[in-house]
Design a protein around this ligand. Structure first.
Ligand SMILES: C[S@@+](CC[C@H](N)C(=O)[O-])C[C@H]1O[C@@H](n2cnc3c(N)ncnc32)[C@H](O)[C@@H]1O
Length: 227
């Protein structure tokens, strides 16, 4: 699949920003993750008691390491996929198991590391950032067991604006320190996300809206869907 110009810029921005992203995650520099969304995704995964988990757009793999701590012996077998070689190298150096592969190539051809019916949970934590989510989720669906679940956590639409319309936007990482390359990303409202899940063949079972403990603002949409 030939990526849309914005999707290509998006992917390239993760190469350019990889080290700064790694440091921001390592140093818990992102307040919304520290206070709200990290725990929300860990709890949502734990509630599913997965045996084999695929982390899509896993970055440097903090989620898999955090799950090992959070779930101890009950932690699932885990594999991460991400388009940034730099981040995958960090993940593997830190003891995780990750493969560098872009969403575009997953859409095009099934990857040998992702066998049919191999996973009972697929997780995408703030990693579905382009406009080809339906194609990607359709490509990933066969990797799940028939009872498998999909968990997607994404930016809450209200954190952009309650009236924002679906479309490409640009993130300039203004609240982050350092020199970041701007990242195009595709904004969807709640309805748009529910349409993505349905159009990909999933049945949405729950939508949570974790809130900031001090401001009470919804921070993310956390969707659980069945195959
Ligand atoms: C905001 S980070 C989230 C990382 C991780 N899930 C986490 O929670 O820390 C988004 C991740 O999606 C990956 N990504 C974005 N577009 C991609 C694409 N087209 N193919 C593969 N990975 C992509 C980036 O490399 C990056 O690691």
């Amino acid at each position: 699949m030939k990526p849309h110009e914005n999707a290509l810029k998006l992917l390239n921005s993760w190469d350019a920003n990889a080290q700064q992203w790694f440091e921001a995650v390592r140093d818990s520099a992102i307040e919304s993750r520290r206070l709200v969304t990290n725990q929300a995704i860990l709890d949502a995964i734990t509630a599913q008691s997965p045996k084999r988990l695929l982390d899509v757009g896993c970055g440097e793999g903090w989620l898999m390491r955090a799950l090992c701590e959070h779930m101890g012996e009950k932690a699932p077998e885990m594999l991460g996929v991400d388009g940034s070689q730099w981040l995958i190298d960090r993940l593997n150096a830190l003891g995780g198991r990750g493969v560098c592969v872009t969403y575009e190539s997953l859409i095009e051809t099934p990857h040998p590391s992702l066998q049919q019916g191999d996973f009972d949970l697929v997780v995408a934590n703030f990693s579905l950032l382009a406009d080809h989510c339906v194609e990607l989720l359709q490509a990933l669906r066969p990797c799940l067991t028939p009872e498998g679940k999909l968990l997607v956590q994404t930016v809450h639409p209200h954190s952009v604006s309650p009236s924002a319309r679906e479309g490409w936007r640009e993130e300039h990482f203004e609240s982050f320190s350092g020199n970041w390359q701007a990242m195009p990303w595709y904004f969807r409202d709640r309805e748009g996300w529910l349409e993505v899940m349905t159009a990909s063949g999933f049945t949405v079972e729950s939508v949570k809206e974790p809130r900031h403990p001090h401001t009470d603002q919804p921070i993310s949409l956390l969707m659980t869907a069945a195959c």
